[in-house]
Structure formats: structure tokens, C-alpha cells
Ligand binder design. Structure first.
Ligand code: HEC
Ligand code: HEC
Length: 189
């Protein structure tokens, strides 16, 4: 998400990046890859992020990476070369600790390319429950999803993330689960 920018130049760059990924040669809008959603941390790391990082772009893109502290340090430097991103060492250390923990080498990066498509066949309750039991209960129990309430888009992000972690779900199945979970465990239910 683009927010208020400190630098007009940075806005222009960010807008170009967005346009480049959204346009096709035919001039139509390409289907947009599913984007990760990152919940801001609590505590000092939260303050650092809102002070130095969110004036130009949000924090969801952090989820595309799974790397150690040194690689995070390098990435933040290289991505903002030529931009005015002030970042005092003490605050940088706080953020790097959080990034290396939350998006460290042992985590799974969110894929940049998953394209959602519309489900054309739908699960009955029994089919959906069987698919979830098979694919989703080896790491945590069913309460994890049974007690959750999300929009379909958010369910898609969760399941794509679970698949990166090891859940065995084909694309077709994934979209059917998104449809069923969005319908029976939606954000306003
Ligand atoms: C002045 C505007 C600005 C500020 C402030 C800013 N960024 Fe960025 N950031 C950008 C732009 C523009 C890009 C895209 C650069 C590119 O891809 O070449 C970017 C890219 C990134 C990326 C890579 C995203 C991807 O999809 O690969 C990460 C991670 C990132 N920034 C983290 C941060 C963090 C952490 C902070 C706070 C310390 C921060 N940014 C503050 C402008 C900013
Ligand atoms: C390979 C192990 C594994 C499998 C298989 C798995 N999960 Fe998870 N799941 C996790 C882990 C680990 C977390 C905790 C993530 C965290 O807290 O950052 C989690 C968290 C969750 C959450 C909470 C997410 C949130 O944002 O609150 C939901 C919902 C969930 N899983 C649903 C599912 C569903 C649905 C499936 C089947 C498609 C599934 N999981 C399969 C490992 C797995």
C-alpha cells in the first residue's frame, strides 16, 4: 500500500514499481499475485516501524524474505540507496532483531507469484472437513482454523502460507478451501 511519502522521488519510484507489476503488454490489468499480510509486531519494533518505515510503503513485503540478520541489514541498505531513509543505529538494531526472528532463515518466504483463481467446483461441508483434516492437522489441531474468522482473501493468504510450511494442498483444492472457509468461517460470522 502506498502511503504519504516523505519524498516525491520515492513515491514516483514506488508507483513505477507498482505499475510495472500490474500492467501487461496488452495494456490490460493482469491478475494480481496474492500478497502476504503481515501483522505489525508489538513493543519497540512496532514503534521503530511506524517511525521510520511506513511513510512510503507497508510492511507486508517483508514476508517475501526468510534470511538472517546480516542479509536483512544488507537488503534494507540496498533497497533504499539514493532515498532519504534516516535510520539511527540503535533503532536499526531493534528492527533487525525482530526481522531476523520473525522472517529468519528457518521461516518460509511467502511466494511472489501465487495467482488466485475462481473456484468452479465447491466443497460440501463433509468434503471440506475431510480435506482440512487430511491437510491441516499434522502440525496443529483443528481449533487453529475452526476458531478463526477471516475474509476469503485472508484465508487464501493463510493457506498459501501453510502450503509453504508443508501443508499438502493442490491449487484447485486451495481455492475450494478458500471458498468454503470464507463462506462458513468468514470475517463477520
Ligand atoms: C523514502 C521512502 C521509503 C522509506 C521511508 C522506506 N522504504 Fe523500503 N522501499 C522503498 C522503495 C521505493 C522500495 C522499492 C525499491 C526497489 O525494489 O528497488 C522499497 C523496498 C523495500 C523492501 C523490499 C520489498 C520487496 O518486495 O522486495 C523492504 C523489505 C523494505 N523496503 C523495507 C523497509 C524498511 C524496513 C524501512 C524502514 C527502515 C523502509 N523500507 C523504509 C521506499 C522506502
Ligand atoms: C507443516 C505444518 C503445518 C500445516 C500442515 C498446517 N499448518 Fe497452519 N500453522 C502452522 C504454524 C507453524 C502456525 C503458526 C504460525 C505463526 O504463528 O506464525 C500455523 C498457524 C495457522 C493459523 C493461524 C494463522 C493466523 O494468522 O492467525 C491458521 C488459521 C492455520 N494455521 C490454518 C491451517 C490450515 C487451514 C491448514 C491446512 C491447509 C494448515 N494450517 C496446515 C503450521 C502448519
Amino acid at each position: 500500500m502506498l502511503r504519504r511519502c516523505r519524498l516525491v522521488g520515492a513515491c514516483a519510484i514506488a508507483a513505477l514499481v507498482l505499475c510495472a507489476s500490474a500492467a501487461t503488454s496488452a495494456g490490460q490489468l493482469a491478475p494480481r499475485p496474492t500478497r502476504p499480510q503481515v501483522v505489525p509486531p508489538k513493543g519497540p519494533a512496532r514503534q521503530v516501524i511506524f517511525k521510520y518505515c511506513t511513510s512510503c510503503h507497508g510492511i507486508d513485503d517483508y514476508a517475501y524474505y526468510a534470511q538472517d540478520r546480516a542479509a536483512w541489514d544488507t537488503l534494507i541498505t540496498t533497497k533504499h540507496r539514493g532515498l532519504d531513509v534516516p535510520f539511527p543505529a540503535a533503532d536499526r538494531a531493534i528492527l533487525l532483531d525482530w526481522l531476523a526472528d520473525r522472517f529468519g532463515p528457518d521461516t518460509k518466504p511467502f511466494p511472489r507469484t501465487y495467482l488466485a483463481h475462481e473456484a468452479t467446483t465447491f466443497y460440501s461441508d463433509a468434503e471440506a472437513e475431510a480435506a482440512l483434516t487430511r491437510a491441516c492437522t499434522s502440525c496443529h489441531d483443528a481449533d487453529r482454523y475452526n476458531n478463526a474468522r477471516f475474509s476469503p482473501d485472508r484465508w487464501r493468504v493463510v493457506i498459501v502460507d501453510m502450503r509453504e510450511r508443508g501443508a499438502k494442498v493442490e491449487d484447485e483444492e486451495l481455492e475450494r478451501l478458500v471458498e468454503w472457509l470464507g463462506r462458513t468461517k468468514g470475517a463477520n460470522q
